[in-house]
Design a protein around this ligand. Sequence first.
Ligand SMILES: [Zn+2]
Ligand SMILES: [Zn+2]
Length: 144
Amino acid sequence: MDKAQQENFSRICRQFKWKCTPQRLAVYECVFNNRCHPDVDSVWQSVRSKLPTVTRESVYRILNEFAGHDLIWRLDHVSSARYDCSTVPHGHFICEECGSISDFALQEDVGVFAGELPGEVRHMEIRYTGICESCKSKSTDSFR
Ligand SMILES: [Zn+2]
Ligand SMILES: [Zn+2]
């Protein structure tokens, strides 16, 4: 890890009042500048090469801690396959509460990109996550 990265890590720890533990540092080192969207297990494997006693649970906890503070972005709902009967381009709205997936229509020019694509496209999907209307009305009900 270079000096700038190390300083960045110390700054983050100061900002969130975290201890600069070797576990956090190793997770940080693995995920930052890693463009492969690693999952928990590959991060754990990499961290374990430096800290053999670290548990999967603590790696998972640190990753979620980073994600909870917007240091990284967690891609949810991609681990288990979902099957879609509609194969025309459309958007998905995924409810974080109940896990429901609803389709929505897209504008025609949504497939236009601002730069070169890094490969040949076989599938295009727009995915939004949030709270669906029925969960939203349930949660507002509980405040009444
Ligand atoms: Zn919902
Ligand atoms: Zn769909």
